[in-house]
Design a protein around this ligand. Structure first.
Ligand code: FES
Ligand code: FE
Length: 448
């Protein structure tokens, strides 16, 4: 394997394409990144009661996220300690215990081994059950209702890991001043024959691709608007400045927020759209705006929304640009150097009227979803990039991340908006500062 400092040269804005296809690098990522970082798993609203659980992955490890009988959230490795069979086959449910289908060992929802068939007769009562409970993630925590876990007992706290990004999650994800979010039942899963970093990098700061990758989406929207046709999923796209934010982090953990909208433009946009949904929706948009202003009263800058965000390594958010849109919470699960499985949850604001919730779900599904107007465009690009990564010449030349290189701390235009009070490095235009930071930190973890 090429040395890490040869693979990623962020000072020159160069990344070797082999990092998106190499098996050895991928295996190292499973250990150094997915075995160490805080990973997004889901939302507290998915497991409100004792015994509620859902299953997901941490890297390639299958886990059960469960609220145990004592109401603690635990993350259990979905692997029987006897011979390694899965102990749970369901996406979600409620359970006091899990019984393995192979030889019948039973585990309480705390992970403790409680039942061993023929314990007296075959084991002569001599198995130390306390030592053979399900393995569990040693660190589990929540922020803004979002559940995270890490396999590393010494990982920094979740709040420290998120740092400035926590502020954005608190205000736009958790919305505690609006009663929080709830995830609607179900998860949309789709596979992409490409490396997880292509999707993560896209969400981490690539607004540059939007006009060309999503030209058909923009064209349909324009034509519908010209004809006066209102359609769900074709959201109002305000003109004017939007801001890319690279939340600051002392250890350089590269989270990102994209397309922040200051001012009242998006609010007025929402009011117009709410009028089509009826007075209840209009009242909600007004009420929500007032609560948001109150929540941000100590902040000189009061952004209304942001379009997308990314928490390193694999948690993306989309659809936070409007009071009427569902929030997409996406985990990019790695399934090999050339395969990723997207798991997308849809969250809505809990106190919103039903008409707004229904609209929010449809809006999200018509845009960023497996059969929406947006996600397939990206996936096709990733697939073709991956095809090129398999050929000798295709592997040779580095990818270019040189946009506004050496301007990471001094974007032109920063002074045009008073960014005081808004955490992180705020950029007036699209740059690749976030992606450079992403690969810098990736390199740091992979070299450790
Ligand atoms: Fe689970 Fe044997 S593998 S009880
Ligand atoms: Fe896209």
């Amino acid at each position: 394997m090429m040395a890490m400092d040869q693979l990623v040269k962020t000072d020159e804005g160069l990344v070797e394409p082999i990092i998106f296809s190499d098996e050895d690098i991928y295996q190292r990522e499973l250990e150094r990144i997915f075995g160490k970082c805080w990973l997004f798993l889901g939302h507290e609203s998915m497991i409100p009661n004792a015994g509620d659980f859902f299953t997901t992955f941490m890297g390639e490890d299958a886990v059960i996220v469960i609220r145990d009988s004592g109401s603690n959230i635990r993350v259990l490795l979905n692997k029987c300690r006897h011979r390694g069979n899965r102990v749970c086959f369901f996406d979600r449910g409620n359970a006091r215990a899990f019984t393995c289908t192979y030889h019948g060992w039973t585990y309480a929802n705390t992970g403790a081994l409680t039942g061993v068939p023929e314990f007296d007769h075959c084991y002569l009562g001599e198995l130390d059950k306390d030592a053979w409970g399900l393995l569990q993630a040693p660190r589990v925590d929540t922020r803004a209702g979002l559940i995270f876990a890490s396999w590393d007992p010494d990982v920094m706290t979740l709040d420290a890991f998120l740092n400035d990004m926590g502020w954005y999650l608190d205000h736009f994800m958790s919305v505690p001043f609006l009663g929080g979010l709830e995830v609607v039942p179900g998860v949309q899963k789709y596979q992409m024959p490409s490396n997880w970093k292509l999707a993560a990098d896209n969400f981490a700061g690539d607004h540059y691709h939007f006009p060309s990758s999503h030209a058909s989406f923009l064209k349909v929207f324009r034509e519908f608007s010209e004809q006066g046709i209102k359609a769900r999923g074709l959201r109002g796209r305000s003109e004017g400045p939007a801001y890319e934010v690279s939340p600051g982090h002392p250890d350089g953990v590269p989270h990102a927020v994209g397309q922040i909208r200051p001012g009242t433009e998006k609010y007025e946009d929402d009011l117009q759209r709410a009028a089509d949904l009826g007075p209840e929706a209009v009242d909600w948009v007004k009420y929500r705006y007032a609560r948001l202003q109150e929540a941000l009263k100590d902040h000189p800058v009061k952004p209304y929304s942001f379009t997308r965000g990314h928490v390193f390594p694999t948690f993306s958010q989309i659809g936070l640009s409007s009071a009427l849109e569902g929030r997409g919470l996406i985990a990019w699960h790695p399934k090999g150097p050339n395969l990723t499985e997207a798991w997308e949850y849809c969250a809505v604001e809990k106190e919103a009227p039903d008409v707004v919730k229904r609209n929010a779900i449809l809006d999200l599904m018509h845009g960023q979803s497996a059969a929406g107007l947006i996600a397939p465009d990206d996936n096709e690009n990733f697939e073709r990039m991956t095809d090129n990564l398999q050929s000798p010449m295709g592997k040779r030349s580095p990818f270019n991340y040189q946009m506004s290189l050496h301007r990471d701390e001094s974007y032109p235009g920063r002074e045009e908006w008073d960014i005081e009070g808004l955490p992180g490095l705020v950029g007036f235009h699209t740059t690749e500062v976030n992606q450079r930071q992403f690969y810098r930190y990736w390199q740091q973890l992979m070299s450790a």
